[in-house]
Design a protein around this ligand. Structure first.
Ligand code: PHE
Length: 442
């Protein structure tokens, strides 16, 4: 499990709103060719090359570099801008709903730690900065972990009252059918003239899911705002999001929505929105009233505003019935040809290829993190790795050393793999774990 850090709630929730783990069934409907397995020889050993290249730009490596070429290669895919791709179809749907919002969708994924964390008021020791969760290009530069990384620069432009910013975001994480190291988020931003707030932000919340006061000890109005200001912005935010989600899920009659208090360093009050979809509560997004300091620092001291961030894969998996997140990366026509611009259709799975489970056990050093192991599996096996689970862990009573056993589920999306072939990959996973993580194989 990864440390979850944006919110006060544990895993699967906030930061990794990751959108928001699957109530999605584990039906797997593999398909073809997503990413080929990596060439085993080209593993991420510190290359002769002492730079990391991202979209043609070179960054010097340093001791904190942990990004691999498996990951940097994905920066060029830009699924959110690929016509007829489910992620693009969903993006356009939401853009069509928020009519006058300015669309931003080509921000560079390499951002400074200032953009990704400091500008958003993350404390210096915030666990979200941990290299176990974040891909560092070097000490000062990361692959953005969320679209909020661009809030300040977008606000600084003062070009519009509202923005919709979509981008690929990167997180080191566990491996399963709803987690992938790259996914897509859409950030919505809306600001108002503070002097004219009553007129600009007032909405009628009668008949919506928005109930109760904004003010609460655990989800406070900022000192910089009056209660009325916070209430107006908060209600406009939730009213807008509720309208958007009802529009997206227009086929679902009487969609039930609920708001869960949340915590983000960059908003207060903050919420997560959940919808009751086919019997389970599904968490769709995080949102809140933007911290006034962020507005002030971004040349918007005269304005107040709200922000939301939603995970497109999470919603697309539900809307298009896509059972495995790896499918979004597929270039197989059997997948791609099923979707066309402007249409929400249910994905028709084709044949399912067999899974192949392999276990690996080892003694770990102190500081070992499950995500470091997951990263090795990703690097060696590519999209052949469907799932990695910690199935056993124990501490030796005398030596106090900890042993872990992981079960890797290998499954190709486009063909049946031979046991021999999987054994080779597994051997390589074992070798790389031993040499790069210093674990002792059992
Ligand atoms: N950036 C947050 C995340 O990735 C989501 C969010 C965006 C929350 C904007 C509040 C406001 O989980």
């Amino acid at each position: 499990m990864t440390t979850r850090w944006l919110g006060h709630r544990p895993i699967a929730k906030v930061f990794s709103n990751r959108f928001l783990l699957p109530q999605i069934s584990r039906r797997i409907a593999p398909i073809c060719q997503t990413w080929p397995c990596r060439n085993l020889a080209s593993l991420n050993t510190p290359a002769a090359d002492d730079t990391v290249e991202i979209l043609g730009q070179r960054f010097p490596r340093d001791k904190n570099t942990n990004v691999t070429t498996t990951i940097t290669a994905k920066t060029a895919r830009l699924l959110h801008r690929q016509p007829n791709h489910p992620i693009n179809i969903l993006k356009r749907r939401i853009e069509a709903h928020f009519k006058n919002y300015k669309v931003v969708d080509s921000m560079n994924p390499a951002v400074t730690t200032q953009q990704n964390f400091d500008s958003l008021l993350f404390s210096a020791d915030h666990p979200g900065r941990a290299p176990t969760d974040t891909y560092y290009i070097n000490s000062n530069t990361v692959l953005r972990t969320h679209t909020s990384a661009h809030q300040s620069e977008v606000l600084k432009t003062r070009e519009a009252e509202g923005y919709l910013l979509t981008a690929d975001v990167y997180r080191r994480d566990e491996i399963d059918v709803s987690h992938y190291p790259v996914f897509h988020q859409m950030e919505g931003l809306r600001t108002f003239d503070r002097k004219n707030l009553e007129a600009e932000a007032v909405v009628n919340v009668a008949g919506t899911s928005i109930k109760g006061a904004v003010l609460s000890e655990t989800n406070p109005v900022q000192l910089a705002h009056t209660t009325r200001e916070a209430e107006l912005v908060d209600q406009h935010l939730r009213h807008s999001l509720e309208g958007m989600v009802r529009d997206l899920f227009r086929e679902e009659k009487d969609l039930e929505i609920r708001w869960i208090e949340a915590y983000f360093p960059f908003t207060s009050p903050s919420w997560e929105m959940e919808v009751l979809y086919r019997g389970s509560w599904l968490e769709l997004l995080g949102c809140g009233v933007i911290q006034q300091k962020i507005m002030d620092d971004a040349n918007n001291a005269d304005r107040v505003g709200w922000a939301f961030g939603l995970g497109l894969e999470r919603i697309a998996m539900v809307m298009f019935d896509i059972p495995d997140i790896r499918l979004f990366w597929s270039s197989d026509e059997r997948f791609l040809s099923q979707f066309s611009s402007g249409q929400i259709v249910k994905f028709q799975p084709f044949s399912k290829y067999p899974a192949c489970y392999k276990d690996v056990s080892f003694w770990c050093n102190q500081g070992f993190h499950d995500n470091d192991f997951a990263e090795i599996v990703r690097d060696v096996a590519g999209d052949m790795a469907e799932d990695v689970k910690l199935i056993d862990k124990f501490e030796h009573p005398k030596t106090k050393r900890v042993s872990r056993c992981f079960r890797i589920n290998y499954r190709s999306m486009d063909r049946t793999c031979t046991n021999e072939e999987v054994d080779k990959i597994q051997d390589e996973v074992r070798r790389v774990a031993a040499t790069t993580l210093g674990v002792e194989l059992r």
